[in-house]
Unconditional design. Structure first.
Length: 626
């Protein structure tokens, strides 16, 4: 029998929990739990001994819907609760997991003990009577029947909803093609083939076919996970996998298409082709996918699929190597990518993808605060390369996206950027980066809900991307949804606890929530990570100044000025130290440098001390923000 709880305050072990407000204490000391883990714990503890199903938790804690993946969200909450209680899943004292079913609170509560279920009891749970007597038994049976009918109705509803969504858009993930040769020097070729197949499928029939981004699928390189598990984690209907061996000019590829839910192989094929016919191979694979999942192509899509032009082998090799290094996204790798894209262009001056790669690389280099190519050089070159790519082939979503990024981040041409983003997404709605950067344009333009919609679409297409998940938390913060932002960034940190930008965004979210102490603690955690002093110290100094620790803030300032901070970092530091004239002098320097940080003038919390000054409104006008 469930234990009766005489008041809203319950005790178990060294803990005390207030069921009304979720306040948890250990030996009288407050135990910090985020909002949703606290809500989950309160629900479980309010009904000790009962199985609380995962579905009920979803309905009561997440109101049936959540912007983050429910399974990840619930699992993360339970891990947080167990960490706070010092509990484990393997030998639980407080929270018992009933696999695939839900959870049960089993602690000795106000003097009553509830031992964990045995496996046999778990299996028998649906048929267990909780008391004696025919009336009581009939009531219990009736409750089970009602619950079963409700669950059946819900399952039918979900099945119908899934069918409706499936009819709207089929989701596909291309797993990394394995480099079967065993030669690590050929990794670029197998990765490049994967990338090109993803890009080709993404633009094939965007109304009906969505393709997960390579950042997420690359997480499954050499994985031992089952196909159905991968499909569930990525939210896809189909998975394409394969392997590639290159021997001189001869390339052998095998590929297979699998239904994610039941791991059924619906198609498999092996190909042997000449190195110069790689595009023809990619089109053959795409044609088979079109046939197997019953897509109907229009005349333009058919024509694109039947293109079978040869590529210059040396130019294509250089292009694949460029993409290989571009995907590493650090400064030295971007310089390598630049070299290879230029080699491809030198070999074939009419190769549009190579110009698009050049534009992508220069745009990223130009957006970094410290690179070997000045922003004033990198951004105009990126614009020129993107425009040249589009003169050769206007259907390249990547080139439109890079051009949009330069127009937004450097030119402050808001209307031009919007037009380019729209064109990129129209050409390839599965290109997650286009949605990601478009979201920042909406934020700059004062349209927070559209920004959130776009960044969540980017995350749906690239669910395992750390930077997209972090950007989602950042834009939720700017939209005023700080609780959602904190939950989102905690989800990101559950994927990689050492991801520096996520810790910094969590600090900003806590600041927006009014939790200054937590904001400072999280920013200091960021500061302790690799490269953290360079990136997080200015944020730490601002928060110290806000906390009244001006001397410490100035000590940090004197140390980090030698690092060559960008103008906007120095501006916010001087703003929090009360030196507004110096702050605005650095902001004016940032404006002349066309700093990309200025697109967030209206929303970034660390600009708050300057907002009431007329010079701030004038700066917004000069940047062209509405």
């Amino acid at each position: 029998m469930p234990v009766a709880i005489p008041s809203s305050l319950i005790h178990f072990g060294p803990f005390e929990l207030n069921l009304e407000n979720g306040d948890l204490r250990k030996h009288g000391e407050a135990v910090k739990l985020a909002r949703q883990p606290s809500t989950v714990l309160t629900l479980l503890a309010s009904r000790p001994g009962e199985l609380i199903s995962r579905e009920e938790l979803k309905q009561k804690v997440w109101n049936g819907e959540t912007f983050v993946d429910f399974e990840h969200g619930l699992n993360f909450c339970v891990r947080q609760i167990r960490a706070a209680l010092g509990d484990t899943a393997e030998a639980p004292h407080y929270i018992e997991t009933l696999p695939r079913r839900g959870y049960r609170f089993i602690a000795s509560l106000n003097g009553s003990s509830l031992p964990p279920h045995t496996p046999a009891q778990i299996a028998a749970l649906p048929n267990v009577a909780l008391g004696s007597g025919s009336i009581r038994s009939r009531i219990i049976v009736s409750c089970f029947l009602v619950a079963a009918l409700a669950l059946a109705f819900y399952a039918l509803h979900r099945r119908a909803e899934n069918a409706r969504r499936s009819a709207a858009k089929i989701m596909l993930a291309v797993l990394p093609f394995e480099n079967i040769s065993g030669n690590p020097e050929q990794e670029y070729f197998s990765e490049g083939l994967t990338d090109e197949i993803i890009t080709g499928l993404g633009r094939l029939q965007p109304e009906r076919l969505g393709v997960i981004a390579r950042t997420s699928t690359m997480q499954y390189r050499h994985t031992e996970k089952r196909i159905d598990q991968i499909g569930k984690e990525l939210g896809v209907d189909y998975l394409l996998e394969g392997g590639v061996v290159r021997d001189g000019r001869e390339v052998r590829v095998n590929a297979q298409l699998i239904i994610a839910a039941d791991q059924t192989h619906v198609w498999a094929e092996s190909y042997v082709f000449d190195l110069g016919d790689v595009l023809g191979l990619e089109n053959k694979i795409a044609a088979q996918i079109v046939h197997q999942i019953r897509l109907t192509l229009n005349a333009d899509q058919h024509a694109r699929l039947n293109e079978n032009h040869q590529v210059d082998e040396a130019a294509h090799e250089a292009y694949l190597k460029g993409r290989y290094f571009w995907n590493r996204r650090n400064d030295s790798a971007l310089l390598e990518a630049l070299k290879y894209f230029q080699q491809a262009i030198d070999r074939d001056p009419n190769y549009p993808q190579a110009y698009a790669g050049l534009a992508d690389t220069l745009a990223l280099i130009g957006s970094l605060p410290k690179t070997s190519i000045p922003r004033s050089e990198a951004m105009p070159r990126a614009r020129e390369a993107a425009e040249h790519a589009l003169q050769l082939d206007d259907s390249l979503a990547e080139a439109h996206t890079s051009l949009a990024f330069v127009k937004m981040h450097y030119d402050w041409d808001w209307r031009g950027a919007e037009q380019e983003f729209q064109r990129a997404i129209e050409l390839n709605p599965s290109y997650a980066t286009a949605h990601q950067w478009h979201a920042f344009l909406f934020t700059a333009m004062g349209q927070p809900q559209r920004a959130v919609d776009e960044i969540l679409e980017a995350r749906r297409l690239d669910p395992l991307s750390l930077i997209i998940n972090t950007d989602a938390a950042e834009l939720l913060t700017y939209a005023g949804r700080t609780d959602d932002a904190i939950e989102q960034v905690q989800h990101t940190l559950s994927m990689d606890a050492g991801f520096l930008p996520a810790h910094m965004v969590l600090g900003i979210a806590y600041l927006r929530k009014g939790y200054l102490r937590e904001a400072l603690e999280e920013s200091k955690r960021a500061e302790e990570l690799p490269n953290g002093r360079e990136w997080a110290s200015p944020q730490v100094a601002c928060l110290l100044a806000m906390s009244g620790e001006e001397l410490q803030a100035r000590q940090i300032l004197s140390k980090i000025k030698e690092q060559g901070l960008v103008a906007t970092q120095l501006a916010v530091l001087y703003a929090f130290l009360g030196e507004k004239d110096r702050a605005f002098a650095f902001l004016e320097e940032a404006r002349k440098e066309r700093s990309g940080s200025l697109i967030l003038l209206k929303v970034y919390p660390l600009y708050d001390p300057l907002r009431d000054d007329p010079r701030f409104a004038e700066l917004i006008r000069k940047v062209g923000l509405p």
